[in-house]
Design a binder for this molecule. Structure first.
Ligand code: HXC
Length: 260
């Protein structure tokens, strides 16, 4: 599919996805969301892609939110549909078998923070500012933010951020556990790439199963999560990667995983 607002390339197993609408600080309208969904679907089914990075074009923003100019004229029905469209993308990221890293290179607001929160790991630059300004617009987060943020940092801090609509700087987002690491702006892309390469070396299968256990386990009571984990653990013993990984250890050599 030809995508106008989403750039995407795969290099050495790393799929780099860039939301490319810098004139609107990469705001997500329904067209961008549709293109993002198609791109991620393509990546999920491309055996070359092992790890995914999502970032925003330009110097100012990762994604400054859902497109306010598009939302301004929506009816209740259209607003609901729009929220569902965005949620489908966020849930797809969670369901992908490949790990997804958000490289937050500036503003990550509203739907932009929701996009980052749907990813498995968030690395941010020092100039990043995150927040949920929705209540200042008379709405609430609608791409899963109320759910994902409170699960990640607990309901009290989530309520403070969402009720105030305030933006917080990268270091505070780090202290609150919203982002994993913060780097100088010029180092962000390199640090994200280093992490992606490190993960890619470990083989898609183990990493994908680990993602599955963590993400799905969060929706289960603990004992069910344990059961789920042990089932996935057992299934991996039917794979070539498990034989290769353990065989390589015993033979004192580096494992070469095939993802099967
Ligand atoms: C549409 C946006 C936008 C957005 C920025 N722009 N954010 N357009 N939707 N979310 C556009 C501006 O209108 C402007 O275009 C251009 O991008 C540059 O932005 P400026 O405001 O001129 O830049 P600056 O003064 O540096 O301010 C940056 C900013 C501000 C603080 C990030 O743009 C801002 O507050 N943006 C809105 C942030 C927000 O409220 N996000 C949450 C949206 S609600 P023009 O052509 O006018 O110059 C949401 C809901 C999700 O995300 C759930 C939906 C179901």
């Amino acid at each position: 599919m030809e995508t106008k607002n989403i750039l995407f390339e795969i290099t050495d197993g790393i799929a780099l996805v860039t939301v490319n609408r810098p004139e609107s600080l990469n705001a997500l309208n329904s067209q961008v969301l549709g293109e993002l969904e198609c791109t991620l679907y393509e990546i999920e089914h491309d055996s070359e892609a092992q790890v995914v990075i999502i970032t925003g074009a330009g110097e100012k923003a990762f994604v400054a939110g859902a497109d306010i100019k598009e939302m301004a004229a929506m009816t209740a029905y259209e607003g609901h549909r729009f929220a569902l469209q965005g949620q489908r993308v966020m849930l797809f990221i969670e369901k992908m078998t490949k790990p997804v890293i958000a490289a937050v290179n500036g503003y990550a607001l509203g739907g932009g923070l929701e996009l980052a929160l749907a990813c498995d790991i968030i690395y941010a630059s020092e100039n990043a500012r995150v927040g949920f300004p929705e209540v200042t617009l008379g709405i609430i987060p609608g791409f899963g933010g109320t759910q994902n943020l409170s699960r990640l940092i607990g309901p009290n801090k989530a309520r403070e951020l969402v009720f105030s609509g305030r933006m917080i700087p990268a270091q505070k987002a780090l202290a609150w556990g919203i982002v994993n690491e913060v780097f100088p702006r010029a180092e962000l892309a390199g640090k994200v790439m280093d992490l992606a390469r490190e993960i890619a070396k470990n083989g898609l299968l183990g990493v994908g199963y680990a993602k599955n256990a963590i993400v799905n386990g969060l929706n289960m009571v603990k004992e069910d999560g344990f059961r789920y984990e042990s089932s996935l653990f057992g299934v991996l013993f039917a794979t070539e990667d498990q034989k290769e990984g353990m065989g390589a250890f015993v033979e004192k050599r580096k494992a070469v995983f095939k993802g099967k």
